[in-house]
Design a protein around this ligand. Structure first.
Ligand code: PLP
Length: 383
């Protein structure tokens, strides 16, 4: 099976600075909101929300992290060799598109998997029936997210079958909250009530080996009743509140800053146009700088003529259309501007005009999507 391209390109000029101290402090801040015995699951899907999956696993080795959660078996296998003391949980339910080898690897290596139907259990038990290995499985209870969860009755039946199957053992029961990041938490509490009912009716709390979990970042921060045995944090670990909070109980610091150099300076005479579509025509003579990054690298085209960047301490405007791999900024007022000077494209400061919140607002999206879009060929430099 082919997991890797033979030559992975790294663009050395595009620098995503990853700050270990910030990430580690975010993890301890989040853990401090929980009881001492609550386990911490670091969610590192989507290339660790753009921060680099290998880099992030390496940084978090120094933290008190119990689990790494990934989206797919591919990421699980990718980090297997790097992970020693933590467990790995694959969030996407195991399904019949897995090859028998993949199921066997999960069982043999102790990778925790989600099971979401009887058919999938049939497939797993058949695949493993010739050997002795036991797959650790988690069951996702539908409490209102409306995605991968199983309704209570089906979940109880599945758990009974898992208990009877010699090649599976129940390692977790969990749910996922749909609105923990919203101001109105009433729906989240309704979900928790349903989940608690399931736990009680099925005596899950009496089973010491079964981890109960429900909280994402927002719930970890705002809903202590959702912590159970383990919290699953993604965005907060990277330094962002799912939604900006006026008075947060934990201080989070963004763990990424994206920079690239000015590669060319150019004078535009008043009335001349800049870039595709001639969307920027300055009324006065203007100095623009070219930065060698564009929408192919994860810098959204919708930032055209709208976003800010920083050159030193000066805040500058993106002018004209963002191209595939180039973008122009107005540096007329930047003192001593020079080729080679670094430009901050995504800032590691919540209040910055080019922080992920400001950019997300411009793009009409949530802060998650800003670092996640930073292309994997951008050099991750760990500090
Ligand atoms: C992605 C994901 C998380 C992490 O969510 P954040 O809001 O980034 O903390 C937690 N649980 C599940 C099931 C997820 O898919």
């Amino acid at each position: 099976m082919r997991f890797y391209r033979s030559q992975q390109l790294i663009r050395q000029d595009l620098e995503a600075h990853i700050y270990s101290q910030a990430m580690l402090a975010n993890v301890s801040g989040l853990k401090n909101l929980c009881k001492g015995e609550t386990k911490f699951c670091a969610v590192i899907k989507a290339n660790a929300y753009g921060h680099g999956i290998s880099e992030t696993v390496n940084i978090l080795k120094k933290a008190d992290v119990d689990f790494f959660a990934v989206a797919s078996i591919y990421e699980a296998i990718h980090i297997l060799g790097m992970v020693k003391k933590q467990s790995i949980l694959i969030l996407e339910p195991i399904n019949t598109t897995y090859s028998p080898d993949q199921v066997a690897i999960c069982a043999r290596k102790g990778i925790h998997c989600v099971l979401s139907s009887s058919e999938d259990l049939d497939f797993v038990s058949e695949t493993l029936s010739t050997g002795k290995s036991v797959l650790k499985v988690h069951v996702n209870i539908e409490s209102g997210m409306g995605r991968n969860g199983l309704d209570a009755e089906l979940a109880s039946e599945l758990i009974e079958r898992i208990d009877r199957c010699p090649n599976t053992s129940l390692a977790g029961v969990y749910t996922h909250l749909a609105t923990a990041d919203e101001e109105d938490l009433s729906y989240a509490y309704v979900q928790l009530e349903k989940f608690n009912k399931f736990l009680d009716e099925n005596s899950i709390r009496d089973r010491e080996e079964v981890l109960i979990h429900a909280a994402n970042s927002a719930a970890t921060i705002k809903i202590p009743e959702s912590h159970f045995d383990m919290v699953r944090c993604g965005i907060a670990m990277y330094g962002y509140y799912s939604r900006q909070m006026p008075d947060p109980p934990v201080k989070l610091t963004p763990a990424m800053k994206l920079q690239a150099p000015i590669v060319k300076l150019k004078n535009i005479v008043a009335g001349d146009s800049v870039s595709y579509g001639r969307s920027f025509i300055p009324g006065k003579d203007t100095t623009v700088a070219i930065v060698p990054l564009g929408y192919a690298d994860g810098y959204w085209r919708s930032f055209s003529n709208r976003a800010k960047m920083k050159v030193g301490d000066s805040v500058v405007s993106v002018v004209g259309r963002v191209c595939m791999d180039q973008v122009l900024i107005d540096v007329t007022d930047v003192p001593n501007v020079a080729v080679g000077q670094m430009v901050t494209i995504i800032d590691n400061d919540h209040r910055s005009p080019c922080g992920a919140y400001a950019l997300a607002e411009l793009a009409g999206t949530i802060c998650y999507e800003i670092p996640i879009c930073v292309h994997s060929h951008v050099n991750r430099i760990v500090h």
